[in-house]
Ligand binder design. Structure first.
Ligand code: GRF
Length: 185
């Protein structure tokens, strides 16, 4: 059985899509004690590790906090899936889990890399083609080798809300498919 850890900070819709597609997630790690992903994980009995950086970071520094996260990841983990994890990981962390860290980003990278509002940014830029990218995580944000991409076209009558919905639907299909392919499951 493959060991998969998922890291998320917010809604957790990708987590649910992954679970609903029959992929076993061993643990959810979140840096946000109010994240909805916690409720989603509880519902399906996936263990959760919540780490609130605020106090720890203030007292002991960012590196210390990240090492706490390391401790919640089994040494023999097969894949660490970032799904809306809103913290930039340190070069040390990325090196530590090299070749096991993947991320999903709601744009056709390298376009609209780095931001938290990639869909809105693309919309405001006037894009007619949107997309999603699954990529390996490297030290530079949203810049690792691409594993897969899908384009989503804007049609007449589309609004930012409609495009956003379409993009999420594609994410919810593509992330599980990609994880299964990578893990041979
Ligand atoms: C997704 O759009 C993902 O591409 C981005 O953050 C969002 C997470 O959504 N990195 P959710 O928390 O899985 O609903």
């Amino acid at each position: 059985m493959k060991k998969i850890i998922l890291m998320a900070s917010g809604e957790g819709s990708n987590f649910s899509a992954i679970i609903d597609n029959g992929i076993k997630v061993d643990r959810v790690i979140t840096d946000n004690k109010n994240a909805n992903v916690i409720k989603r994980a509880e519902k399906v009995n996936v263990p959760i590790f919540v780490f609130d950086y605020k106090e720890g970071e203030y007292k002991n520094g960012f590196g210390w906090c990240e090492r706490k996260i390391d401790e919640a990841i089994p040494e023999d983990v097969d894949l660490i899936v970032l799904a809306g994890y809103m913290r930039i990981l340190s070069p040390r962390f990325v090196k530590r889990w090299k070749d096991k860290l993947i991320n999903i980003h709601p744009s056709l990278l390298p376009a609209f890399a780095g931001g938290c509002h990639a869909i809105k940014d693309a919309w405001e830029y006037g894009c007619e083609v949107f997309g999603i990218t699954v990529h390996w995580v490297t030290e530079e944000v949203d810049a690792g080798p691409i594993i897969t991409q899908r384009a989503i076209h804007k049609f007449e009558g589309d609004t930012l809300e409609k495009i956003t919905e379409k993009i999420h639907r594609v994410e919810h299909y593509m992330y599980p498919v990609t994880i299964k392919k990578l893990m041979g499951i």
